[in-house]
Ligand binder design. Structure first.
Ligand code: NDP
Length: 292
């Protein structure tokens, strides 16, 4: 293996430490404790694990954590009323609705009901528009975590060729917007892209957010490129499973200059960025200087 491993676990711990310091200062100087409300609808096992982890890490950072668990059959209006109640609650600075929502609920309608200033997931239409037009926005946590790792590893990203494989609203598109804002030359690839391998080989920065286990192989990576693997795929059989990314780590790490592992890469950064966004939202709400 030639590639340097980008240690997302260690970086996330550093970010959580910085957030905890910021929270401690807010409390000491202004008597403010940021509050994050997470809304979980239904019993999806993966969502339950995510929500539990979010709650634990929120409290570890010194913030208030509130979890609302609703039955899978909850009426849309009931969920909407909870969002309105949280919008009006002065002790809550961040609201996150855990996705996916059950099919009878219109997810985009619910996400757009969240006060954009409390929208720590950055999925509200006004935050999407603000990010796309270069204005101050709440930025989706996973792509924000990827950007932080890239800046930390590469410094100035200006002029680099970035290829984002995947165009979802929660990862691919906001990732592309962030890289564009950092002056990369950005290509978004997707399932209809012709000669994906050739497109990927043009990338100084290659971000894989596809949802297909180990699809990006070493022959698709430019020598020395920085590879960010967003994918989380559980593979295996007979009760023995393991997590793999969208990148074939074994072959890609022979060619790349640096690469994020799965697990231990992008994943831990996502919750760290959620905490960072909650602190940022609290500072903006109270017109206080934002953490750097
Ligand atoms: P989506 O399924 O919403 O989007 C996948 C994208 O990949 C689509 O744009 C699709 O293209 C594209 N795609 C699918 N197949 C191919 C192909 N053969 N060639 C090129 N492009 C393809 O996934 P998400 O964006 O939500 O998630 C992507 C991955 O990231 C998943 O593994 C998910 O688990 C993981 N993830 C990890 C997070 C973390 O915290 N680390 C957070 C969120 C997601 P098209 O639009 O044409 O269909």
């Amino acid at each position: 293996m030639t590639a340097q491993i980008i240690d997302g676990k260690a970086f996330a711990a550093k970010v959580r430490g910085q957030v905890a310091d910021g929270v401690a200062r807010l409390k000491a100087d202004h008597g403010i404790t940021p509050g994050l409300a997470v809304v979980l609808v239904g019993e999806d096992p993966a969502s339950q694990v995510y929500v539990r982890n979010k709650g634990v890490q929120t409290e570890e950072a010194g913030m208030r954590s509130v979890t609302h668990r609703l039955d899978a059959g909850v009426e849309q209006i009931e969920l909407l009323n909870l969002i309105y109640q949280l919008n009006g609650d002065d002790e809550i600075n961040g609201i996150l609705v855990q996705l996916p929502l059950p099919a009878h609920i219109d997810a985009s309608f619910i996400l757009d009901a969240i006060d954009p200033q409390k929208d720590v997931d950055g999925f509200h239409m006004s935050n999407v528009g603000r990010l796309a037009t270069g204005q101050k926005a709440m930025v989706p946590c996973t792509p924000l975590g990827c950007l932080m790792m890239l800046r930390d590893h590469l410094g100035d990203l200006s002029g680099l060729n970035a290829v984002v494989v995947g165009r979802s609203n929660i990862v691919g598109k906001p990732m592309a917007q962030l890289l564009l804002a950092d002056n990369c030359t950005v290509t978004i690839a997707h399932s209809r892209t012709r000669d994906l391998a050739a497109v990927c080989r043009g990338a100084d920065i290659l971000v894989a957010a596809v949802g297909r286990p180990e699809m990006i192989t070493g022959d698709m990576v430019k020598p020395g490129a920085t590879v960010i693997d967003v994918g989380i795929n559980r593979v295996g059989r007979d009760g023995k499973t393991r997590l793999v990314g969208d990148v074939d780590f074994a072959s890609a790490s022979e060619v790349a200059g640096a690469i994020t592992p799965v697990p231990g890469g992008v994943g831990p950064m996502t919750i760290a960025c959620l905490l960072a966004n909650t602190l940022t939202a609290t500072c903006r709400w109270h017109n206080l200087p934002e953490p750097e």
